[in-house]
Design a protein around this ligand. Structure first.
Ligand code: FPP
Length: 262
C-alpha cells in the first residue's frame, strides 16, 4: 500500500543518476524555500542493531550533504526540523545526545558553512534550550549574519502551535502598545509575527521515513506547500533524493485553490 502511495506522489525513476537529474531540473523554477522533517534516524539505527544515537549522528551527515546541495543549487531558504517542542518527552540521554550533537555540528561545520555563504538561523523557543546549544547557535548566527547565500533555519524546540501562540502574544502586546490596530490585522501581518517573518513560505516539504504526518511543523506556512514523501530514512537520504523531490515538484500543477485555464 505504501509503495502504491509513494508511487503516486513521487513519480521518481529508480535509474535516475545525479547528473541526469541535475540536467533535468529547471534552475529558473527552483523552490525558493524547502522544508525538511529529518525523520527516521532512530529506526535506521535500530534496524542495524545500533543505538538510536548513532542514527542521529548519521542524520547529521545527511544534513551536511543536503545543506551543501541547496547552497550549490541556489535555494534561498532551507528549514530543517531538528528538535520539536514534543521531543523533550524522549529519554534524557537521547535529548542530551541531540543537544551535544547540535553543538558539535555547529562547531565543526561553522567555517565551511561560512565559506559557502550560508546564513545560520534558529527558529523555535531557543531561550528554553540548554546554555551550550544557545551559545553555539548565537556564535553561528553572529558569524554568518552578513552572508547572503542559503538561509539555513534550524528548527529547535520548535512547534507550529507554540509559534502561533507566541505570535498571538506578540500581537496582543502590539495592540496594547498601540503599535498595531485591530483593523490592521490580516494574514500578511500575522506572518510578520511568526519566527519565519520576511521569508517566503516553503514551496516544498520533504518528509522521509514513511510517516505521513505534519508533526506540528510550520502549521501556518505549509498551507499550500507541495509535499514529497519517501520511505527512505533520513540517514539514507542522499543528494539524488533531493533532486528527485525538486524535479517532482517542478512537474506539479499548483493551483492554490483556483483553476488553471488551459
Ligand atoms: C527524528 O527521527 C529526528 C529527530 C528528532 C532529530 C533530528 C536530528 C538530526 C537529523 C541530527 C541532528 C541535527 C542537528 C542540527 C544536531 P527519530 O529519532 O524520530 O526517528 P524514528 O522516527 O525512526 O524514531
Amino acid at each position: 500500500m505504501f509503495e502504491k502511495l509513494t508511487g503516486m506522489f513521487n513519480k521518481q525513476k529508480g535509474t535516475d543518476d545525479e547528473k541526469t537529474l541535475l540536467q533535468s531540473i529547471d534552475r529558473s523554477r527552483l523552490p525558493q524555500h524547502i522544508a525538511i522533517i529529518m525523520d527516521g534516524n532512530g529506526r535506521w539505527a535500530q534496524r542495524r542493531g545500533m543505538p538510536r544515537s548513532l542514527g542521529h549522528r548519521a542524520g547529521v551527515e545527511s544534513l551536511r550533504n543536503i545543506v551543501k546541495l541547496c547552497s550549490e543549487l541556489g535555494v534561498k531558504v532551507l528549514t530543517c526540523y531538528a528538535f520539536s517542542t514534543e521531543n523533550w518527552k524522549r529519554p534524557q540521554d537521547e535529548v542530551s545526545y541531540l543537544m551535544d550533537l547540535l553543538v558539535e555540528y555547529l562547531q565543526k561545520e561553522l567555517d565551511e558553512l561560512h565559506s559557502e555563504g550560508v546564513r545560520v538561523n534558529a527558529i523555535g523557543r531557543i531561550g528554553e534550550l540548554p546554555n551550550q546549544p544557545q551559545e553555539a547557535l548565537k556564535a553561528a548566527m553572529e558569524k554568518t549574519a552578513g552572508n547572503t547565500g542559503l538561509l539555513l533555519n534550524l528548527a529547535l524546540n520548535y512547534g507550529g502551535r507554540a509559534e502561533i501562540t507566541d505570535a498571538v502574544i506578540k500581537i496582543a502586546h502590539s495592540l496594547n502598545n498601540k503599535q498595531l490596530k485591530i483593523e490592521e490585522i490580516n494574514e500578511k501581518v500575522i506572518a510578520q509575527y511568526l519566527y519565519t517573518s520576511g521569508m517566503p513560505d516553503p514551496e516544498l516539504l520533504i518528509r522521509p521515513s514513511g510517516d505521513f504526518r505534519i508533526s506540528n511543523f510550520l502549521l501556518w506556512q505549509l498551507a499550500y506547500t507541495e509535499f514529497w514523501l519517501t520511505h527512505v530514512m533520513w540517514p539514507d537520504f542522499k543528494r539524488i533524493h533531493l533532486l528527485q523531490a525538486i524535479l517532482d515538484y517542478q512537474r506539479r500543477e499548483r493551483r492554490f485553490g483556483g483553476i488553471i485555464k488551459k
